[in-house]
Design a protein around this ligand. Sequence first.
Ligand code: FPP
Length: 243
Amino acid sequence: MALFQRKENRTAGQVDMSRLPRHIAIIMDGNGRWAKQRGLPRTAGHKVGAETFRRIATYCKDLGVEYLTVYAFSTENWKRPMEEVSTIMGLLKQYMLEAIDSMERDQIRLRFLGDLSAISPELQALVDRTNAISEHIHGFQANVCLNYGGRDEILHAARECAAAGEEITEENFSRHLYSAGIPDPELIIRPSGEVRLSNFLLWQCAYSEFYFCDTLWPDFDERELDKAIIAYQKRDRRFGGVK
Ligand code: FPP
């Protein structure tokens, strides 16, 4: 009952629950600026950003969204100071350790998208454990992009398709993407005022609706997600055709 009331309050009845996007993808941007505005180290912004991810993932699941994909660490993010990289990796480790204990109870599947060969053996082992648990879960799926780049993903798929000697069709190609089996996101959100894609889901975004807002990721909340979904529901999606 409490959960039901919370949901009603959060959505203020404006989200059309019968036309939710199945898959929402988010570029979790603005952590550094959020911290700087408060005179804190950038890493403090990532810590709060990780909390925001937990909160938004829970909200997506409660709403009935099937997939949430977040950009946690790009193939370009290795250029950041070592301390920042290790903080982000530490937050991912902490999240995976928590998930190992809670994902079965919460019925949350977890998948990591990206070139995982470059992450530490410790994180790789945790990814393997969460994958094994996810196999038994049928429900909401959170996808975390880790050492992910859209171009890298496309090259990886092209190489695999060629190595398998397969005909290059959209269907065959998609089966070799990191996102194989996951429907394309209907809605891609980028907070923090930046209006670019930054190498995120380049193949999958072909017909996604984009939503940009100025809120920094650590301040992003359920109400902001509602606004994005409401904006999405007002869009006229024609997929290149006419109505
Ligand atoms: C972009 O903001 C954010 C990142 C590169 C890292 C995002 C990672 C997390 C929130 C932690 C991952 C945790 C989990 C559990 C998924 P920015 O640093 O580029 O912000 P700025 O543009 O203001 O500098």
